[in-house]
Structures are given as structure tokens and as C-alpha cells.
Design a protein around this ligand. Structure first.
Ligand SMILES: Nc1nc2c(ncn2[C@@H]2O[C@H](COP(=O)(O)OP(=O)(O)OP(=O)(O)O)[C@@H](O)[C@H]2O)c(=O)[nH]1
Ligand SMILES: [Mg+2]
Length: 499
């Protein structure tokens, strides 16, 4: 049967030989031309050769630059703009979540605060930055009557606190002192700080030295929300003139696009030292360092020149974007909860159906309306529209898997369920039903995961996941399904229930 293959191979070899000969010829011809060109160039008078060489180098350079421009990978902007979302859209999403019994209280509270601040007409400024960068000290400097706790130890501020301060021109500001970021195990406090930063009209980002990668990312995150930012190098007193200038220059190069203004300040803070008294005794003293924050005051005056009303649209957009993001997260968690409930419901039905089946093994999964209903309900939960055709295609595809693996599933179920004493007395019918439940549970979870991750009824993906789940049914899953079977048995009044 393999007779006609020989001439085909010969033709291919001949074509390859001709191709190689042509390529060789081309290389030789090019080298030849280059050599001739070089000889001609060498024979030229210098006044002609030099400009020709310069022009050639220029053309090559330009060509190289053009190729680089075209081929280089696109720069990823760290200021990935946050997708704007309208208030109506957010309200509608929260309503929908509430109807699904999702925990929307925190989102609603955020919107109430959004409205409250707009109505108040006050300008809110959040001081943000890593722990011990001097946020609370700066509050003291900006609002002398406020007395927030200041300490050398990082993580001193634990809550968001608001203080009323004033600019030199007399305008009032509400200053938010927030917990510092970058603390070990400080995720909760960090979240408080981030939320407050988004609620503010503008943010003063404090750093006490050059920015680390984490601080860089944080600044990018804030700028991504379109937050008006002042980048303040605090504790400037710790640097000499040259060091301070070098740091500011570096900040300028790296952050001019993200921050409206970059300043160097000394929030003050306090210092401890020992002094010798008249009688020779030594005494530990703590004294306040004099703050030097004039450049920051100028920056804040400029930044808030339009008043709250001018800054409000950007503030609102940032808060809504964050509420939208959290709403999406909540929607995913809700879908996951609903999916789990739905899968459990259908697994139970499959088990009950299998136990009632006249002939164990009759194809309730593949042909049954149950599987169709499961697919439809999971698709609805994940907001994925499906056609009758797609559901059929999916089930027949997965059906193959199930048919092929029923024996394996039964074996697995049989083994794993040895952990449940008394199960053996229930007979093959129950084991079979549990195996069916396992299949349903696998199909349901595979489908839910595919829908959640791909937002489409990708049959191939579902099949791969079902195979993986069936090949290695985790003990936790087997136990869960078995428990459902026990409950179903108990409800149907079975006598010899396992203990
Ligand atoms: N040298 C110097 N030290 C300062 C300055 N500002 C603050 N400090 C000191 O830095 C330390 C931390 O100050 P805090 O104001 O508590 O810093 P924080 O950012 O509020 O810290 P957390 O609340 O823990 O995030 C304290 O020991 C202050 O005295 C400054 O301008 N110069
Ligand atoms: Mg503090």
C-alpha cells in the first residue's frame, strides 16, 4: 500500500537540492557584489568616498531605527487607566447583587459616604505612604490642634482619622491620617488606607527615601485612578543639600507624569536625646522638631484652587471604579456560591434518580433532562447565554467521557467509600448511585469553573476538567457526595442506613 510514496519523496529531495543550490548562488553573488563595491569604493578619490560612506551609514542607521520602532514590544503602561463606570450602572449592579442575597452592605455604605462628602463641600486630602514615613507627624504640622499618635515604631496609626486643617490662605481642609502600608501582615490596615486614599480629592504620597518597587507600584495604582498626587520626600532634614537635590531629581525623572508636584519637606516628628543637668545628672528629653512644609502648602493651595466642586468628578470616578471592582468580585463570589448550591442540588437529584432507576446504569446523566437543566442553570448564574444546540453538543461530548469512565468511577467510589462503615450493606445500587452523583458533581464543578473563567460554554474545556476531576476524585468530594446520598437515603426512608 505504501508504493506511491517513493516518487513523492524523490521530488521533495530534488526540490530541496535545487533550493539549496539557488541559495548558495545567491550568497556567492551577494558576496561578489559586495567585494566589487568595496573595490570601487577604494578606487574613488577621498572627497567622493567620505560623503558616500557617511550617507550609507546614515541610511543603515535610519533603517535600523525604523525596524526597532516597528518590532519592539509595546511598553506596558503602569498607569493602566481604570475603566470609568457611571453611578446608574453601579446602582443597578448593586440592586442585582442584593436580589441574589449578596452581602452588599459595605458597597452601599461606600456610596452613602460618597454622597455625604459631596454634600459637605469639604476638600479631603489623604496622607498616604509606607509605615513610619511621617504621615501622622505631617498631620500635626498641618493641623496643630490635632494630636495624632506619632512613634518611631512602624504601624502606629491603626485607623483612619480625620483632622481639620487650614491652608495659609485660610481655606479649610479635611486631612485623613491613615495606617501605613508595607507592614508585615498588615493587609487589613493597608486596605483601610487604600480605600480612604480613593475617597479623598487628592493624596499626599509620603516617602522618606528613594521609592522601593512596592512604593513605585503603589504610586502607579493611585495615579491609575486619576488621583491628583503630591509626592513628598519627607525627613528631608536627614539629607544634606546634594543628597536632597539628587533624590528630587530622580523623583522628577521617574514620577513627573504621575505626580502633579514633587516636594521635599520635614514634617517634624520628635527627637529624643540626653542632656546633662547642672548637678551632673543625665536626663532623657524628647522634643518636637520644627516642621518645614512650605513647599507642600504651596502645592496643596495650587492643587485645591478649584475647591471641592472642581475636584469632585475625579474623586467620584475613582470611588465608583473601586466600588465597581468590588462589586464584580462580589458577583464572582456570589456566582461561585450559587453554583455550589446548584451542583449540590442536581447531584442529589441524580443520586435519587439513580437509586430509583429500574435498571442501574440507565443513562440518566447523558439523556436525562437533569443534566440539561444543570447546564442551563449554571449558565444563567454566570450570565452566559446558551443555545439548545450547545447544551446537547456539550452533553454528548462529556457523555462519552462518562460512558468510558463509569467502570473507573465505580471502582474509585467503591474504594474511597470504604471509609464509610456500613456502606457495603447497602448494595451495588447505592454505590452506583454515589458514582453517578460523583459524575454529576464533577460535571457541575467543571462547568462552573469553565463558565467563571471563560464566560462561554467551552465544551472542550469542560471535558478536560471533567476528566481530571473523575480521574482523581478528591476524598473531600467523595465524602460530600456520599453525604448527599446518605441524606437522600434517609429522606426516602431507607431502613439500613450506615452510621
Ligand atoms: N528626622 C525626621 N524624622 C521624622 C520626620 N517626620 C517624622 N519623623 C519621625 O518618623 C517616625 C514616624 O513618624 P510617624 O508620624 O508616626 O509616621 P507614620 O507615617 O504616621 O507611621 P505609621 O502610623 O506607623 O504608618 C517618628 O519617629 C517621627 O518622629 C521628619 O521630618 N524628620
Ligand atoms: Mg501614623
Amino acid at each position: 500500500m505504501s508504493r506511491p510514496r517513493l516518487p513523492l519523496r524523490l521530488i521533495f529531495l530534488a526540490a530541496l537540492a535545487i533550493g539549496a543550490a539557488l541559495l548558495l548562488g545567491l550568497v556567492v553573488a551577494t558576496l561578489n557584489s559586495l567585494f566589487e563595491f568595496y573595490q570601487r569604493l577604494a578606487a574613488m578619490p577621498i572627497w567622493l568616498r567620505a560623503p558616500l560612506l557617511v550617507a550609507g551609514a546614515f541610511v543603515l542607521g535610519a533603517l535600523g531605527w525604523l525596524l526597532w520602532r516597528l518590532a519592539r514590544p509595546a511598553k506596558k503602561s503602569s498607569l493602566a487607566a481604570v475603566i470609568p463606570v457611571s453611578r446608574n450602572e453601579i446602582d443597578a449592579r448593586i440592586d442585582a447583587l442584593r436580589e441574589r442575597h449578596a452581602e452588599t452592605v459595605a458597597l452601599e455604605a461606600e456610596l452613602v459616604e460618597l454622597d455625604r462628602r459631596r454634600a459637605s463641600g469639604e476638600v479631603y486630602i489623604a496622607l498616604f505612604g509606607e509605615i513610619s514615613t511621617g504621615k501622622s507627624s505631617l498631620i500635626r504640622a498641618l493641623a496643630p490642634q490635632a494630636a495624632p499618635e506619632v512613634d518611631v515604631r512602624g504601624g502606629t496609626t491603626r485607623h483612619v482619622e480625620h483632622h481639620r486643617g487650614a491652608l495659609p490662605d485660610g481655606r479649610a481642609l479635611i486631612l485623613a491620617d491613615v495606617p501605613g502600608t508595607g507592614e508585615v501582615d498588615g493587609a487589613i490596615h493597608e486596605q483601610l488606607a487604600r480605600d480612604e486614599a480613593l475617597r479623598a480629592h487628592a493624596v499626599v504620597y509620603l516617602a522618606a527615601s528613594d521609592l522601593t518597587r512596592a512604593q513605585d507600584t503603589e504610586l502607579g495604582w493611585l495615579a491609575g485612578f486619576g488621583k491628583p498626587l503630591v509626592l513628598a520626600l519627607n525627613k528631608a532634614d536627614l539629607y544634606d543639600e546634594a543628597e536632597r537635590a539628587a533624590l528630587l531629581q530622580r523623583f522628577g525623572q521617574r514620577y513627573a507624569k504621575r505626580a502633579r508636584t514633587i516636594v521635599a519637606i520635614s514634617a517634624g516628628g520628635s527627637e529624643r536625646y540626653e542632656r546633662t543637668l547642672g548637678d551632673g545628672r543625665r536626663e532623657r528629653v524628647e522634643r518636637e522638631r520644627a516642621p518645614e512644609i512650605a513647599p507642600l502648602l504651596d502645592a496643596l493651595e495650587a492643587l485645591t484652587a478649584t475647591g471641592a466642586a472642581g475636584l469632585e468628578p475625579a474623586r467620584e470616578a475613582a470611588v465608583l471604579a473601586e466600588v465597581g471592582r468590588r462589586g464584580d468580585e462580589l458577583a464572582r463570589a456570589t456566582a461561585s456560591r450559587e453554583s455550589a448550591e446548584t451542583v449540590a442540588k442536581y447531584t442529589r437529584r441524580a443520586i435519587v434518580g439513580a437509586m430509583a432507576a429500574v435498571a442501574p446504569g440507565s443513562d440518566i446523566l447523558i439523556q436525562g433532562a437533569l443534566a440539561t437543566a444543570l447546564v442551563r442553570e449554571l449558565a444563567r448564574i454566570h450570565g452566559v447565554p446558551v443555545r439548545e444546540l450547545d447544551v446537547d453538543a456539550l452533553l454528548s461530548r462529556v457523555g462519552l467521557t462518562v460512558r468510558n469512565t463509569t467502570a473507573i468511577v465505580l471502582a474509585i467510589a467503591g474504594n474511597a467509600l470504604k471509609a464509610f462503615p456500613g456502606l457495603g450493606t447497602l448494595g451495588g445500587g447505592v454505590l452506583h448511585a454515589i458514582a453517578y452523583g460523583l459524575v454529576f458533581d464533577s460535571l457541575g464543578h467543571a462547568l462552573a469553573d469553565t463558565l467563571a473563567e471563560r464566560s462561554t460554554l467551552d465544551a472542550a474545556d469542560v471535558e478536560t476538567r471533567v476528566r481530571a476531576l473523575l480521574a482523581e476524585p478528591a476524598r473531600e468530594r467523595v465524602e460530600r457526595v456520599t453525604r448527599i446520598a446518605f441524606d437522600a437515603l434517609r429522606d426516602s426512608g431507607a431502613q439500613d442506613r450506615p452510621r
